[in-house]
Write a protein that binds this ligand. Sequence first.
Ligand SMILES: *Cc1c(COP(=O)(O)O)cnc(C)c1O
Length: 354
Amino acid sequence: MMTFYPGPSKVYPEIKQFMADAMDEGILSQNHRSQPFINLCKETVALVKDRLDIPSNYHVYFTSSATECWEILSQSFAELNSLHLYNGAFGEKWMEYRRRLYTNTYGVEFGLQRQLGMTQLQKQVPSDTDILCLTSNETSNATKVSENTLKAVRERYRNSLIFVDATSSMGGVNHDWLSADVWYASVQKCLGLPSGLAVMVCSPFAVEQAQRLNHREHYNSFLHIHEQMLNYQTTHTPNILDIYLLKRVMEQRAPIRKVANHLKERMMWVNEELVKYGYQLLIESRRQRSLTVAAITAAPEKIDKLKKEAVAAGITLGNGYGKWKPHTLRMANFPAIEDTEVEQLLNFLKQAIK
Ligand SMILES: *Cc1c(COP(=O)(O)O)cnc(C)c1O
């Protein structure tokens, strides 16, 4: 079975061998305060920073999931007002999650078909906004917030904290890390690993602000994580296997610039082919379209038929998500997916529409 599900998504085939290696190396039975774990953690952070081209003064932390990052960022910056810009299910969930905990949480919804514009921002985002929250790739509807938009937001809101949910783009898009203060991603999407781990990338400004607020009420308060990680330690026994797998996957990976270029070209090709065959892409504008998740839209009966035929052909496609569920199909374009698999997918879709 070939899978294009956008999360959990295809894991690298090498994971099987890496898991066996983890057993052989004995790392899974090491205490998480031991030197072997500290070494593993340190090497993994260095590799992640190298392969993803993360600035040397940014910090890398390990958490359990993107959802946990919503929680960490909510409670650790509680008294700051938080404005969430979203156009899809994950961005909205993050906003709702925080609003249930703290009422100083605001949402601004923007359109599916138009890139978040600076005029809209100026109108709807007060200049005294403490935190701006964005989703770099909205997995639910296959849109992205472009690198240029993120850069423009950073320039306009220099004194605000900017948090970015990068769950389905980290590892596949060459993010300009300086455009935001916190970026986080679960590993079971674009990073091609088993679920149960997330990577959080933080600026010195985020650390400074956390120190100023000094929240320490939770086991996973930002400062506890930060302070432990200064010694390559974690606040609790982490997912050691996943950290080990992340290290092994990063070791074999090309630099992000190369990976991102390849994925971008592949996605443009996929979109062109789909249109040529007669499919309708959910997102009309090229600027707005995600580079890591594609979505087509059709009548619900047609979507059902496609899904069933795909299963018979040994292909798992992604269901639509949230309110787009009945009339969309999603396909991941993550680095663990091979070009030959994408070719097979396109061959299937080409004959399926006939
Ligand atoms: C999948 C996803 C999440 C949730 O990830 P978990 O690992 O389930 O916490 C959050 N945000 C985005 C953009 C996602 O795609």
